[in-house]
Design a protein around this ligand. Structure first.
Ligand code: GRG
Length: 286
């Protein structure tokens, strides 16, 4: 199947579902709901819900029952971006090509919009009805996942770091949620033990490669393509792969991880989309 067509079709379905699940702009408190919708519909790639759906479909899942879970993953991602952009974290003015949530709605409303998206995500996960999926996602975004990685990332700013530390940050801050998206789709679709094992390994490698390429794009991308200021990692002396091993080696590492991620799928059926998604994230420009 053509990946571009697949992405377009899934994005449409996901956006319609997000629109349905989010409170309307007119519901009180209006500014809070406007801030939530502003950030969710600012134009993300919808990679996380698409990974969950693709993984669900790989294990034989069909239909739209996965949508509350898929949308929950996008809401969690958006909450993390809103909080990450705040002055107390990365202090960014631009996200997804638009002024960041706190620039438009103020600091307090941005914190609350993130909190409310987080809460709504768990309501949707509960609607999905799988305790295992709820646990999977909660583990991936807590202290042993995204939030723990973000804490390590903040602490590493401006300090000399080694590969071990950068790997810890990347696997927790970014890869843990991506891996959970793939596992959540598989668990929701009643994956076999063999399928879940292969998809978990694929998710780990995919997640790390994704963050390494994000580091590279911060150096080599453009503001127009990325929809955010570039060079911010260097300016803030962030713990990144290029800082430790250089941009060329970082790209080689990401490509090797993607090759290895695809190899994990070799004994599975219906792997076409996940293989193409893996190539997409190393070839992407945003
Ligand atoms: C604040 C709890 C908390 C966590 C923040 C996700 C995160 C942790 C920080 C975001 C900083 C960042 C840019 C990390 C790089 C990886 C990443 C999440 C990139 C953005 O994801 P994309 O490219 O974004 O999928 P879109 O906009 O397409 O959804």
């Amino acid at each position: 199947m053509n990946l571009e067509k697949y992405l377009k079709r899934k994005r449409l379905i996901i956006d319609r579902a997000l629109d349905h699940f989010l409170p309307s702009d007119e519901e009180l408190p209006r500014n809070l709901h406007r801030a939530m919708r502003y950030s969710v519909f600012a134009g993300g790639k919808r990679l996380r819900p698409i990974l969950a759906i693709a993984s669900y479909e790989l294990v034989g899942g069909r239909g739209r029952g996965i949508l509350p879970v898929a949308c929950a993953l996008e809401l969690i991602h958006t909450y993390s971006l809103i909080h990450d952009d705040l002055p107390c974290m990365d202090d960014d003015d631009l996200r997804r090509g638009k002024p960041t949530c706190h620039r438009v709605f103020g600091y307090g409303m941005a914190v609350l919009a993130g909190d409310a998206l987080h809460a709504l995500a768990f309501k949707l996960l509960a609607k999905g009805g799988s305790r295992k999926v709820i646990e999977e996602v909660a583990n991936s975004i807590g202290t042993r996942g995204m939030v723990g990685g973000q804490a390590a990332d903040l602490e590493a700013e401006g300090k000399k770091v080694g590969l071990k530390q950068v790997n810890f940050i990347h696997t927790h801050k970014t890869a843990a949620l991506l891996r959970a998206c793939i596992r959540a789709g598989a668990i929701f679709g009643n994956a076999s033990a063999k399928e879940l094992k292969a998809l978990t390994s694929y998710g780990e490698k995919f997640g790390l490669a994704f963050q390494i390429m994000d580091d590279v794009l911060d150096l080599e991308g453009t503001e127009a393509e990325l929809g955010k200021k570039i060079g911010a990692d260097k300016y803030r002396e962030k713990a990144t792969y290029p800082r430790v091993i250089g941009a060329g080696n970082s790209k080689r590492k990401a490509k090797a991880l993607i090759l290895s991620a695809k190899r994990e799928l070799r004994n599975l059926e219906r792997k076409d989309i996940l293989e193409k998604l893996a190539d997409f994230i190393v070839d992407r420009s945003n």
